[in-house]
Design a protein around this ligand. Sequence first.
Ligand code: HEM
Length: 141
Amino acid sequence: MNILRKRATRIILDASLLVGFVAEFVTREGPDYSLHSWIGVVLVPVVSIHVAANWRWVTSAVRRRTSHPEWHLARFNAVFSAVTAICIATGFPVWLEWSDNSAWGAVHNVTGLLSLVLALSHLWRNRRRLLVLVGRQTAVA
Ligand code: HEM
């Protein structure tokens, strides 16, 4: 989709994800978990659109595997996505009290902290792309 390739769209998406993850960190200890949980719910479509905007890169990495110049980043991104998906999914049983098994909370807390660290690492690993996006560096062909 053309709109997803627009620079402004990408900047808004990436900035929203940064704000969203920081907000999850800030609200992680409650006392009222509604805000924290709703931010997590909003993050689901934002993350999905972010992945859709980078879908060409994802399919190229999956197709070329080890011959892709950024295969290491593709593997890192796959781990980051899986950890974040587990974190978001395990937030629901705790928030909505579907189960009183404390394992949901324990898994959510661990994957939550891990996904915050991985989010920072994801930003750092993509720092050149981000600098090109905000016009601080020119793209290398
Ligand atoms: C990427 C998104 C998310 C991140 C990074 C995240 C991160 C965290 C972290 C680090 C904690 C642990 C707080 C602590 O004890 O130090 C936590 C707790 C919690 N989160 Fe999330 N969270 C996310 C999404 C969600 C979602 C989508 C929900 C609800 C649907 C949710 C509901 C909760 C609840 C209820 C707790 C308290 C758990 C407990 O008391 O055991 N979170 N979150």
